[in-house]
Design a protein around this ligand. Structure first.
Ligand code: GLN
Length: 550
């Protein structure tokens, strides 16, 4: 299905009101999905009013995971939603923050580029915001830009003003606004209350923006009366309002939007020439999600236990792999700080994932988990720190040194099997990170090669430490498989254990490339191995069933 692309980029700005945490990112991503399903080239962007420069330094327990783009941008987790919904690799241009805007304006000021003028929020900051929006949408038919926070937030004011001005900058016929609100239900009077939503639309109007589309979030489906009220008081056409009560899966939201006619409304409001949406695969996916019966228990050995968003892409990749195999995934959070390594702690797990992380808190629990998985033939997937933990674990046994470690965790260890590469010593912490896409060459005899079905892959990285090559020979001789390296063979990218149902650990983060309808091959085969292993079947593709390790 191919549509004639418009030369001029059209823009949808997504704002939120009433409360935060409404799923504005999912709503924006869903608009992206129904429009890309019409054959349009869609780009997306998250605008965060924080004063940070990027998400790299934000605490994942508070803000959720740092999503890494292929070009190494450390971005807000909403970019993960965008990529999963519109199935397009975005770049660092798709995430911007106030810090980035101010820093550009201030550095231009120091260079004398403002020719003696006073620098002001309007027009200098707002102009820079518009520049970054336009740059991010360049070359697309439709650019969807989501403004973080809620309307009325002090720090979002310049952003709201900038998106208002965008109409003047690119032409009113090329811009529409979608506002996401919450309608609470008052149990005592058995009423949906639209007033907070009306007030947030009023705040938006005060800032000069009349929303074209309203996305109405609620706990229960709203009634006709509330719907009418929203239309009348907020002055929004009824066919531009979509009710979005809580759904079983976030992947249902695009279908709800399409049923409500939002896609067609956008096409006519922006005069977009496009074809009928092709959402067949998406419908099949949602059907699968709703009808998956059996389930399996996957332990995620985590340091942060309070916020599901901290490991969002990992969880989504696991679930997608589950849908692929028609098996539901029960994610069991295991507190790595509390683990002592007894059988009972792992007894109810069908598979173990050790996700990425920084710092030494909980590392011993991660190492013990890798050991348990290796020795008891439990499928294991290590992601970045999860690979480093697996290497440390094996080295401790092979080198007979229980203090073998990563130099990140123990700078005094005699056996630093994970270390900082000599050419990175002394580089600033920020500068020494390996970020974004790097090529890896696979060992054709490896389990990973079987999964990928190709010998070179591009995967996204975010780490500072690497496998120490001084230990390579010794560990390989003891049975460690180097399943992938950088093309120059210098950096170890994947390790495996021989004769194990599935023990694969990567220095990169495969979770960022997984999609709901096409799980990442390593996640897919990890869940596949669990499925076969737990039913006693031999592994697919002719691998021998593993025997218990010593
Ligand atoms: N802390 C480790 C490193 O910097 C692993 C990072 C990660 O898991 N993303 O190398």
């Amino acid at each position: 299905m191919k549509t004639k692309s418009k030369i001029k980029t059209k823009y949808i700005f997504v704002t939120g009101g009433v409360i935060s945490g409404l799923g504005k990112g999912i709503t924006a991503a869903s608009i992206g999905k129904i429009m890309s399903a019409r054959g349009l080239k869609v780009t997306m962007q998250k605008c965060d009013p924080y004063l940070n420069m990027d998400a790299g330094t934000l605490n994942p327990a508070e803000h959720g995971e740092v999503f890494v783009t292929c070009d190494g941008g450390e971005t807000d987790l909403d970019l993960g939603h965008y990529e999963r919904f519109i199935d397009t690799e975005l770049t660092r241009k798709s995430s911007t923050m106030s810090g980035r805007i101010y820093s550009k304006v201030l550095s231009d000021e120091r260079k004398g580029m403002y020719l003696g003028k006073t620098i002001q929020i309007i027009p200098h900051i707002t102009n820079e915001i518009m520049n970054q929006i336009i740059l991010s949408g360049e070359g697309s038919d439709l650019h969807i830009s989501e403004v973080g926070g809620t309307v009325g937030d002090y720090e979002a004011m310049a952003w709201i003003e900038a998106i208002r001005q965008m109409k003047r900058r690119v032409g009113a016929e090329n811009v529409i606004y979608a506002h996401v609100v919450f309608v609470p239900y008052l149990a005592v009077s058995k009423e949906f209350k639209t007033k907070p939503a009306q007030n947030s639309v009023r705040d938006l109007r005060e800032a000069g923006i009349q929303p074209d589309i309203l996305c109405v979030r609620s706990d229960e489906p709203i009634n006709a009366e509330a719907f009418e009220k929203m239309s009348l008081y907020c002055d929004v056409d009824k066919d531009a309002i979509v009710a979005l009560p809580n759904s079983k899966s976030v992947y249902e939201v695009p279908l709800r939007m399409e049923e409500a006619g939002i896609g067609d409304y956008i096409c006519s409001a922006l005069r977009l020439a496009c074809t009928k949406p092709d959402l067949q695969d998406w419908q099949k996916l949602v059907y699968k999600i709703k009808h998956t019966k059996d389930s399996t228990r996957v332990g995620v050995i985590a340091k942060y236990m309070s916020n599901e968003d901290t490991y969002l892409s990992v969880f989504e990749a696991l679930r997608s792999a589950g849908w692929y195999h028609n098996i539901g995934i029960d994610i069991v959070w295991v507190d790595s700080e509390k683990l002592v390594g007894t059988d009972a702690e792992f007894a109810n797990l069908d598979g173990i994932v050790v996700p990425g992380g920084f710092g030494c808190r909980g590392i011993e629990g991660k190492i013990l988990s890798a050991r348990y998985a290796r020795k008891n033939n439990i499928p294991y997937l290590g992601l970045c720190l999860g690979m480093q933990a697996a290497v440390i674990e094996f080295a401790r046994e092979v080198l007979h040194d229980e203090h073998a470690n990563s130099s990140e965790m123990d700078p005094n260890s005699k056996n630093q099997v994970i270390h900082i590469m000599p050419d990175q010593i002394g580089v600033d912490l920020g500068g020494s990170m390996r970020l974004g896409n790097y090529e890896a060459k696979l060992n054709k005899k490896s389990r990973s090669y079987l999964a990928y079905g190709q010998s070179t892959v591009l995967e996204r990285h975010r780490h500072r430490y690497e496998f120490n090559n001084n230990y390579r020979e010794q560990l390989e001789a003891a049975g460690l498989i180097i399943a992938a390296t950088s093309p120059d063979l210098k950096l170890v990218e994947i390790i495996e254990h021989q004769g194990h149902p599935f023990f694969v650990a990567t220095q990169f983060h495969p979770e960022f490339k997984s999609r709901p309808g096409s799980p990442h091959p390593l996640f897919r085969d990890f869940i596949g191995a669990i499925k076969h292993h737990s039913t006693g079947a031999t592994l697919a593709r002719g691998q021998k069933k593993a025997t218990k390790h010593k």
